[in-house]
Design a protein around this ligand. Structure first.
Ligand code: AVJ
Length: 320
């Protein structure tokens, strides 16, 4: 089957309004910050794919190991008719699930949802070609906002992989999980990938690789703002910083101004002192008990928890 035309839940003007709002809020705050979703234009999505292949970036390989081993269990336990993937990107690891569901039979529809049109066009075309008989409905949307518009009917499995839930701040995370639960019905399932707390000597290099790909990915947010809002950031004048926050158990990516700068964006004049840091991403790491507790608070019941052989990454199956 060919993929169906992408369903657009996110209009270009909403995206631009959101970016303007986030830039205004974040760049006038003290300390300055930007939400990580603005990394992912087509270049940013490509850089992220490159990150997933870096020797230091263990989460993708570790999560793939879990899925390779347990995809048949996930297919059998859920018996899903519809597989919905939030923040799907290339959907590369999701193929392990699609393979297991194909062998088992019964899965009718795959619904990848992502903010990146370019990532979705590629993934939906490839998956439709490789899984004949599967209905592929790509949705352009923001997973924190369009949960109430997910396809209904049949037994649904929502998968949220890659540890992306860790990019939400704790309050946003609670709100997101509660909204997810509200969007689902009893009998539906959630499969959640979470990076696990481990020694910073392993985590930090994953966010500060020797080849500098993560640094380019980080600076890409400034390029997006320059292009979309006509700002005049000099991305090369910002240094990439990855710092482990042991209190919150998360990694923070920041961009550090290497000299004093004045940036014009929207109607703002934004001053950076030399050495001033702009926070661009939080990537929380989780403990098994914490994951189960957060799911429970949102009204889910965690029924399975799996990790890779090295215990780096966790995948939780939860029932609505
Ligand atoms: C897979 C999107 C969750 O936080 O690890 C990779 C993004 N940031 N390197 C993560 C990311 C820096 C990533 N997510």
């Amino acid at each position: 089957m060919t993929a169906e035309p992408l369903e657009i839940y996110l209009e270009q003007q909403d995206v631009e309004r959101g970016l303007r709002q986030d830039v205004r809020t974040g760049l006038t705050a003290e300390p300055k910050w930007l939400p990580p979703k603005w990394f992912y234009d087509s270049r940013g999505s490509e850089l992220f794919e490159e990150i997933t292949r870096l020797p230091e970036y263990y989460p993708t390989r570790a999560e793939r190991a879990v899925l390779a081993r347990h995809a048949p269990d996930i297919a059998a336990l859920t018996g899903a008719k519809t597989l919905i993937e939030l923040g799907s990107g290339s959907s590369e690891k999701t193929r392990l699930l699609l393979d297991a569901f194909t062998r088992r039979g019964g899965l009718g529809t795959f619904v990848p949802l992502d903010v990146s049109v370019s990532a979705l066009l590629g993934s939906t075309a490839r998956i439709a070609a490789d899984y004949p008989g599967l209905r592929v409905r790509g949705i352009v949307g923001d997973f924190t906002r369009q949960l109430d518009r997910l396809p209904t009917g049949g037994r649904r499995l929502v998968v949220f992989l890659g540890g992306t839930i860790g990019n939400l701040l704790p309050a946003e995370r609670a709100e997101f999980l509660a909204a997810m639960r509200a969007a689902l019905e009893v009998g539906d399932w959630l499969l959640l990938g979470t990076d696990l707390v481990k020694d910073p000597s392993v985590v930090v290099p994953a966010y500060d690789d020797a080849a500098g790909v993560t640094a380019e990915f980080n600076r890409n947010v400034l390029r997006v703002i320059n292009r979309e809002l006509g700002a005049d950031f000099d991305p090369e004048a910002f240094a990439h910083v990855a710092r482990w926050d042991s209190e919150h158990e998360w990694i923070e990516m920041r961009l550090r101004a290497t000299r004093p700068m004045t940036v014009r964006v929207l109607d703002l004049t934004v001053e950076f002192a030399a050495g001033e840091e702009l926070r661009t991403e939080v990537s929380a790491k989780f403990r098994p008990a914490g994951i189960a507790a957060e799911l429970d608070t949102a009204g889910f019941t965690a029924t399975e928890f799996w990790t890779d052989p090295d215990g780096l990454f966790g995948v939780t199956l939860a029932r609505a």
